[in-house]
Ligand binder design. Structure first.
Ligand code: CMC
Length: 430
């Protein structure tokens, strides 16, 4: 491990401040500034945390310039090709790939936690029929802290395990209940003889009136999408889970906070916004006018599914999903003219100097919606799908945060630019 020292100089006094750097296993060094305020009375300023490592983590590594994403050291391309979502969940939570017996036990545990307390189901009746599913899912996951009191000793490793199993297992059930509420159909209970993706399709689309045949191609596509969404280091929702959890709050509420953060269109909400944008564009001949709007400083419109804080290269997940979209549409026998619009849009944008100079490439959300649509999942459920995949990442980060010996309550500082001290003036004298 290198231990470089960086020197800051106080321009007023010429006094030098030495700051040690810490090296990670891969990636840039970080300058340890923990003593800066205590010893020098200085804060650092980094809105949006573009240059700030808020924690040490062993879970996921991204090289945004090279377009590399690894879970616990394994390239996402290899996991997408060879692994399964259950195996990736185990890997993210435990640090290593499971043996066959460990995988079987883990899968069994998740499968047998899929039912939710019946009272939770009644909560859905309190929502209006047109409530956005993300609003329902965030609310209902938050309510889990009112149901599962037996696993809220966050210092107990067994409780932490059961909490993670419950989140991964029950989120599809909660999502399906939200969907059924939206379409006015009776809730469908989970089936423990089905794999994770098949069970989700069953809960979404089965109705009591007729048999429902699960398409294995659709189930496999979901499994792959969940692998690709499973974690993405310190993104907005994961950082939200860490921050909310750092107060030692009930972990179910920390996950609910993460779901709420994910909903924003700059984050997971982009997959819904992409499909709406592609529908609005409609045909390839209308693309140039939308590109022009995205480049116009006076227009707030952005190409949804384009650009990323970390990736300044093609998002490796988007590359996999792009190939997968063709395969899935072919296998399901469902052509979608929106795929042509998306591909042409990508082609035009990647040749445009604006997007080239700013290094704006398609991200994970650009093609995923076309697959969800082909599976029959409505647009308003897209971000819920993202949440189902990301839940394991949130749980892994929450566990890492809560067991970090250097962990403290998250409490950023600020550059205050409001009024300096002034005296109160009685209302009659103002
Ligand atoms: N369309 C047009 N211009 C863009 C876009 C876009 N999609 N994204 C960034 N830019 C421009 C932006 O206007 C700015 O230009 P300038 O330097 O002239 O002011 C420059 O690129 C840098 O943008 P930024 O907003 O400072 O970058 P950021 O790192 O803060 O934001 C982002 C990253 C993902 C929020 C942004 O690229 C964006 O809004 N993309 C569209 C929404 C989207 O697809 N979000 C999903 C992200 S991936 C999945 C996830 O995180 O959940």
């Amino acid at each position: 491990m290198s231990a470089k020292t960086y020197i800051l100089m106080d321009p007023a006094t010429g006094k030098k401040i030495e700051l040690k750097a810490r090296a990670g296993s891969v990636g840039p060094d970080v300058i340890d500034i923990r003593s800066l305020y205590g010893e020098q009375g200085l804060f650092t300023y980094d809105p949006g945390f573009g240059s700030t490592a808020a924690c040490e983590s062993k879970i996921t590594y991204i090289d945004g310039d090279q377009g590399i994403l690894m879970y616990r050291g394994y390239p996402v391309e290899q996991l997408a090709e060879k692994s399964s979502f259950m195996e990736v969940c185990y890997l993210l939570l435990h640090g290593d790939l499971p043996t066959a017996a460990q995988l079987e036990e883990f899968t069994h545990t998740v499968t047998t936690h899929t039912m939710i307390n019946e009272t939770i189901l009644r909560l859905f009746n309190g929502f209006h029929y047109d409530a956005h599913p993300m609003a329902m899912v965030a609310g209902v996951v938050g309510s889990m802290s009112a149901f599962y009191h037996d696993t809220t000793d966050i210092m107990n490793p067994r409780h932490r395990d059961i909490f993670a199993h419950r989140i991964i297992a029950k989120l599809p059930t909660i999502a399906a209940a939200a969907y059924k509420h939206t379409v006015g159909q009776p809730f469908t209970y989970p089936r423990n003889d089905l794999d994770y993706g098949s069970n989700l399709l069953h809960m979404f689309f089965a109705v009591p009136a007729q048999p429902y045949e699960i398409d294995p191609v659709a189930a496999q596509a979901l499994d792959l999408l969940f692998i690709l969404h499973a974690d993405h280091e310190q993104n907005c929702s994961t950082s939200t889970v860490r921050l909310a959890g750092s107060s030692q709050a009930n972990p179910y509420s920390a996950i609910a906070a993460g779901i709420a953060a994910l909903w924003g269109p700059a984050h997971g909400g982009a997959n819904e916004a992409v499909l709406e944008m592609l529908e609005q564009i409609g045909t390839p001949d209308r693309i140039p006018q939308f590109i022009a709007r995205a480049k116009d400083k006076n227009d707030s419109f952005r190409l949804m599914g384009f650009g990323h804080r970390v990736y300044k290269n093609y998002d490796p997940r988007a590359k996999i999903i792009r190939t997968m979209t063709h395969k899935v549409l072919n296998q399901l026998g469902k052509a979608d003219p929106l795929l042509d619009v998306a591909m042409r849009l990508e082609e035009i944008a990647l040749q445009d100097p604006y997007f080239v100079e700013k290094k704006l490439y398609p991200n994970v959300d650009f093609y995923s919606g076309i697959i969800y649509k082909a599976l029959g999942i409505p647009t308003s459920m897209f971000t819920v799908m993202f949440a189902i995949g990301r839940a394991v990442g949130w749980c892994a980060h929450w566990r890492e945060m809560i067991t970090d010996p250097e962990g403290r309550i998250g409490r950023p500082r600020q550059l205050y630019t409001g009024p300096a001290r002034r005296d109160y003036v009685d209302v009659g004298k103002r």
